[in-house]
Design a protein around this ligand. Structure first.
Ligand SMILES: *Cc1c(COP(=O)(O)O)cnc(C)c1O
Length: 418
């Protein structure tokens, strides 16, 4: 049975159920598995079967073990295609909100529901969002039993499509438009969590991307894709991951260390590049974030860096395992155009373009899989002028955009939302 410890190792170890419910370790660190298990999994064309095999050792001995197969089946019920041949692209955007965060959020929502059902408890989840994360969480938790969700977003600072995706739910998911900035939204969430009596009364919990219940399920698509690639070509691919908070690439490292057929993991960043600088200088310096076209990767101080440092504990082993490059905005646009022109009109989003650039510049001719993190239709205002035609909106996203909006307006005092 695997125990879960904090990256700051000043807290007692917990079970996977506890790590999922708590989110953050009590010493402020992130939960990580005490060891990464080795697995021996054969390719299977059922995604959820591969996924539950990948996750099984992490849940062994936990009450959730019995629910794991069912959770995977229900969470991963959309296609996960691998586009192309030797230079493949893993389309992680066929879930309800058209980005890879659907995988983690949907798994977490079902895992939490199962734990709460067993314990006969209810929770209220608070999320502050500047756009995309909130919609994946809202979509994933919508209709889950014993869970209420409050989503806070800053007035006038999310795109029209993003706002639609945050406010189309109702039921157990209530959206709040805050007259303030994203930082104000985050502060409201922090203040609410500091309020002990409120926490107890509502069973406050978070579902942010540092929750291990979101990170571990992301290893499943690297397992599925690398097994499929290996089955079809007999070669182990380099996995290239467009990165911001570096959760997604950490999951790729987990899959590699578990023994899946992955040659190497390579990281692609936008202009926010503290890790690229660390690789060059040997000194890690977090920064303020810079605004770029790949805005879901606008992170100057990646929260999951503690998990990477826990895997590769000194500078030497970090450098031996982590390679990364930064891609600027002009090059993002150039790469969207180049891909469209050289790959039969294939359209990629600005985040995926960072990964595609890294492939073309550093791994040309090698077996590669670029993780396509979002559907290009989510970034229509950037992509359409470059390719000179409209991007078709996927059916699941169109369905959300057609729903009625419902939200409340609030100031920046957290009491107003309870
Ligand atoms: C969140 C996100 C990323 C960055 O993933 P991390 O796990 O934070 O590194 C990249 N692309 C898209 C579209 C995202 O939503």
């Amino acid at each position: 049975m695997i125990k879960y410890i904090s990256t700051r190792s000043n807290a007692d170890s917990v079970t996977i159920s506890e790590a999922v419910l708590k989110g953050l370790a009590p010493d402020g660190g992130l939960f990580i598995p005490e060891k990464i298990p080795a697995v021996n999994i054969l390719y299977n064309n059922s995604y959820s079967k591969v996924a539950s095999q990948v996750l099984a050792p992490y849940f062994e001995g936990d009450p959730l073990e019995a629910d794991l197969a069912k959770i995977c089946e229900s969470a991963f019920d959309f296609p996960v295609p691998l586009h192309g041949g030797k230079a493949a692209t893993l389309e992680l955007y066929h879930g309800p909100t058209a980005a890879f965060k659907d995988f983690g959020a949907r798994f977490l929502a079902r895992a939490m529901e199962a734990i709460l059902e067993r314990q006969g408890r209810k929770v209220t989840i608070l999320v502050a969002t500047s756009g995309d994360t909130g919609s994946a969480v809202a979509a994933a938790f919508y209709g889950r039993k014993n869970i209420d969700v409050k989503v806070l977003f800053p007035k006038g600072l999310v795109s029209a499509r993003q706002k639609k995706q945050l406010t189309c739910w109702g039921g157990n998911v209530q959206a709040y438009e805050v007259s303030g900035t994203f930082d104000d939204c985050q502060k409201m969430v922090k203040d609410a969590f500091m309020d002990k009596s409120l926490c107890e009364k509502f069973g406050l919990s978070s579902a942010n991307s540092i929750n291990l219940g979101r990170l571990l399920p992301q290893a499943t698509y690297y397992a599925f894709a690398s097994l499929k690639y290996y089955e079809e070509t007999g070669e182990k691919p380099v996995i290239i991951v467009p990165s911001g908070n570096v959760g997604n690439c950490t999951a790729a490292y987990y899959a590699k260390i578990m023994g899946l057929p992955i040659e190497q993991v390579a990281l692609a960043f936008n202009a926010n590049k503290p890790i690229v600088d660390y690789l060059a200088s040997g000194k890690y310096v977090p920064r303020h974030s810079i605004h770029t076209l790949a805005n879901a990767m606008d992170v100057g101080a990646p929260s999951n860096i503690e998990r990477l440092f826990a895997l590769f504990t000194d500078c030497e082993s970090f450098k031996a395992n982590v390679e990364g490059w930064s891609v600027d905005d002009d090059t993002i646009l150039k790469t969207i155009r180049e891909t469209f022109e050289t790959d039969n009109g294939y359209v990629i989003c600005p985040h995926t373009a960072c990964g595609e650039r890294v492939r073309r510049d550093h791994f040309a001719g090698k077996p590669t899989i670029v993780a396509a993190t979002a559907h290009p239709a989510k970034f229509d205002t950037i992509v359409e002028p470059v390719i000179g035609k409209p991007v078709e909106v996927p059916a699941s996203l169109a369905e959300l955009l057609a729903k009625k909006s419902d939200y409340r307006s609030t100031g920046t005092d957290y009491h107003e939302i309870f």
